[in-house]
Design a protein around this ligand. Sequence first.
Ligand code: HEC
Ligand code: HEC
Ligand code: HEC
Ligand code: HEC
Ligand code: HEC
Length: 364
Amino acid sequence: MRSSRIELFGAAVLFGAFLAFSVLGAPGVAVAKVQGQCAQCHTMHNSQNGQSIVSTPNGALIATENGCIGCHTGTNTGANNIPYILSTSTPNYGATGTTGDTLAGGNFYFVATAGNATDAAGHNVAGLAASDAQLGLTPPGGQALLSQLTCAGVNGCHGDRTKADDFTAVSGAHHGDDSVLDGSTVAQSYRFLLGVTGIEDSDWEYQPTVTAHNQYNGYDRAQEADVDNSTISALCAKCHGDFHSGAGDLGPSDDGSMQSAWIRHPTDFDMGNVKNKEYGAYNGGNSTAAPYSVVAPVGSDLDTVPGVQQTVFDEADDAIVMCLSCHRAHATPYADALRWDYSAMVAGSGAGNVGCFICHTTKD
Ligand code: HEC
Ligand code: HEC
Ligand code: HEC
Ligand code: HEC
Ligand code: HEC
């Protein structure tokens, strides 16, 4: 059995600044379910020796300042048993976010007030940054939210999006059994995104490789209106609808079909449909076999691809373009939370197998 330990700094008890987590034992958490003594994470009355533990009491009697973010702040090492989505000093993103110390979502540092705040770097989540000065509460391609983005709930991405606040929206997920990810509960959804399925990399894509990465769920649509809500792109579309599944916003002539010439970049569309074009050479491969890329990843129909994919074009629906082929969900050093530097994508430059060119193999 994996031995793990989660510690509370003695000094932090009085005013509960931060919980510090450390892990003894093997990296990689097969079943992502919290472990440890209750008092390491909860406070029964928000009081110790007559003084408050946290300045604003949290739902679920949580003993950290700044709610969700309090626990999820730190530096990833590949051995931590909690995913850190915010660093307090500049994280090492590398060129594509696959070689440093950031995780699949990137790192909110790049958009956070504490960091080198750039609104365009990603989602301006409350508690991390002020509202985006340019975009305000309106997701491009969608309707304005009622208030600033939150981690979870009605104005957020994680948990049950019908529930008002972060802790109500994810209630039970951290202690839940997530060995089966069928989207039926928050715990049993991919990364607590209710209804979304997928295969979770055990270290949240700390330095992912072709054999160790998240497997995203994608769906090959014939019609734009044919939406599968268990895909990761459909989750993004809950707020950015027109970029994925608005009324005839993708295919030619606004007719709702899923084919070239596109009027917006396709998502939930299988590259296998067009592998006779340049896409067949995805990531240096050929149209019968190509290695999976962690730099410009593709989703798959999880029914036909049972495990973590190492190659694409093995079968239908295993090379699906999705929002996360180009973006990361939290923030990156680049504008629009792109996975790589878009300004370096120069046609005819001979740049080779990077960014857009991993799929658009003849445009470099
Ligand atoms: C590593 C941190 C951690 C430890 C240790 C921990 N919890 Fe939790 N617990 C959480 C978090 C985070 C939440 C709120 C988010 C959620 O519900 O997923 C939570 C929520 C809960 C809830 C409300 C949701 C539910 O599952 O019903 C209960 C009850 C609970 N914990 C009880 C306990 C008890 C009892 C212990 C000790 C045996 C304990 N917890 C230890 C992190 C922890
Ligand atoms: C008391 C500390 C604590 C708090 C507060 C907390 N988390 Fe976590 N969180 C953890 C730990 C520990 C893990 C790793 C174990 C696990 O996956 O359940 C985790 C894992 C996660 C994961 C990854 C789950 C997966 O499938 O790998 C997500 C997403 C997440 N938390 C979101 C949230 C959100 C949203 C909130 C606020 C509602 C929150 N957390 C609050 C401790 C916390
Ligand atoms: C709960 C609604 C919601 C969901 C779900 C959501 N977003 Fe957003 N998104 C917003 C809002 C609001 C903004 C504008 C404010 C901001 O940038 O913080 C935004 C902005 C963006 C931006 C522009 C960033 C900038 O500041 O210029 C990108 C890129 C983006 N979202 C991508 C995604 C992707 C990819 C997903 C799915 C993984 C997603 N969003 C899911 C609400 C959402
Ligand atoms: C994961 C693979 C992938 C990535 C990464 C990717 N694309 Fe695409 N792109 C496609 C596919 C597949 C199509 C649809 C082609 C078709 O239907 O013939 C497409 C379509 C397009 C089109 C429209 C072509 C048409 O026939 O209407 C343009 C322009 C385009 N992409 C530009 C880009 C740019 C710029 C980037 C980088 C920001 C990029 N793409 C990244 C796979 C990708
Ligand atoms: C092929 C790569 C690619 C895919 C796939 C992709 N995007 Fe983008 N996205 C970009 C690029 C590049 C930009 C920068 C602006 C531009 O060039 O249009 C961008 C910009 C954005 C913006 C900011 C728009 C603004 O007004 O500032 C949002 C929001 C966004 N994308 C959301 C999404 C969502 C949601 C999906 C999935 C439905 C998605 N993107 C899929 C490449 C992509």
